[in-house]
Design a protein around this ligand. Structure first.
Ligand code: ATP
Ligand code: MG
Length: 336
């Protein structure tokens, strides 16, 4: 019997989801959930690699993340939500995979390099082994569930590449056992932050979240970074690469309004305030229904835990199945 193709993707419970997650990964998940067997992993073990000293932050964000998922439209009848720390088989596979990757290869991973730079204060004395190795555990997350497709933002591309290398190596050493996954990038693989930094990121304080109030959104958009060379509204401005226009193109459904603003901006015939007010209207209209659904999920912790538990138990069965095959391929003894 042909099984449905499977998706595996996920997020770290380190804060609320933002509009960068939407264009990078959530939008693909929403489209694919009807057609693929979709697994969404809440990566609390991975979150601990750089939040090991704030475990309650990680724990408290688990349900917040699940609320974001349901509010944005992921359907628990179609999606298997999985809590990573409840699948110990992932840790086991990580150990086996760690023999198949070199330290030099891990050090060359460009996303890890950038993250190490951002975390230079946290890791000022030395780099923890767990942090350097988190792409190996991510390779285990993906292959333990036999994922065909991994929809993510482009910061994850090096990790998927590394996963493919590890899986191929595993299969060549121990025999064909694990599925080689494929990367699927989102419509905007890397959305800039409101501060103009190259990536909107939970840990950078430059996000617009689904949980933000109308007032939060207004304040954030009004302080957004635009064309730094433009001093007066009568100066011709740069549209390309301008965060305000990137967001307009991603979230404002009124394409003729965007065209008109772009034309006037290039000619110095519109002020930043008007461009930002129209952007605020578009983003607030996009977020408002999500925010409302999210609020309805407050005080429904039991319902949320049930969804997470049901998905995790299903995922644990899958993981156990894969690990039986892995152990057999690796000629490990079995005392059962
Ligand atoms: P943290 O700062 O804790 O790493 P984050 O905002 O980077 O948080 P993650 O949980 O690491 O979020 O990423 C979850 C998914 O969202 C990944 O697939 C990632 O590629 C994607 N993603 C995150 N930020 C963006 C962004 N700015 N643009 C597009 N995709 C993004
Ligand atoms: Mg990240």
């Amino acid at each position: 019997m042909n099984r449905k193709k499977r998706i595996l993707t996920g997020d770290r419970p380190t804060g609320n989801l933002h509009i960068g997650h939407y264009v990078g990964s959530l939008k693909s998940r929403l489209e694919f959930q009807n057609e693929y067997d979709t697994f969404v992993l809440i990566a609390d073990v991975q979150a601990l690699t750089d939040n090991f000293n704030t475990p309650l932050k990680v724990r408290d964000n688990i349900l917040e993340l699940l609320k974001d998922y349901l509010a944005v439209g992921l359907d628990p009848k179609k999606v298997t939500f999985v809590l990573q720390s409840q699948i110990p088989q992932i840790a086991e596979l990580t150990i086996f995979f760690s023999n198949l990757v070199s330290v030099a290869r891990l050090m060359r991973n460009p996303t890890v390099k950038n993250e190490l730079y951002d975390k230079k204060d946290l890791f000022k004395h030395s780099i923890p082994y767990g942090f350097l190795g988190y792409p190996v555990s991510q390779a285990a997350d993906i292959s333990i569930f036999n994922a065909d497709l991994v929809p993510v933002g482009d910061d994850q591309a090096p990790h998927i590449e590394q996963t493919i290398e590890i899986v191929k190596k595993f299969n060549s050493v121990y025999g064909d056992t694990l599925k080689v996954p494929t990367l699927k990038l989102g419509t905007i693989p890397r959305l800039v932050g409101i501060d103009g930094k190259s990536k909107m990121s939970k840990s950078m304080n430059n996000t617009i979240n689904f949980s933000d109030t109308t007032q939060d959104i207004k304040r954030k958009i009004m302080q957004m970074y635009t064309d730094p060379k433009r001093i007066h509204s009568t100066d011709p401005g740069e549209v390309k690469g301008n965060p305000v226009f990137i967001y307009h193109n991603a979230f404002n459904p009124n394409k003729s309004e965007i065209k008109d603003l772009e034309n006037r901006y290039k000619k110095g015939q519109v002020g930043d305030i008007e461009v930002k007010e129209k952007l605020f209207n578009a983003i607030d209209a996009f977020i408002s229904p999500i925010r409302e659904k999210r609020l309805e999920l407050n005080n429904k912790d039991n319902y949320l835990y049930d969804i997470l538990k049901e998905g995790t138990l299903r995922a644990r069965d899958e993981a156990q199945n894969t690990m039986s095959k892995v152990r057999e391929s690796m000629k490990l003894l079995n005392f059962n």
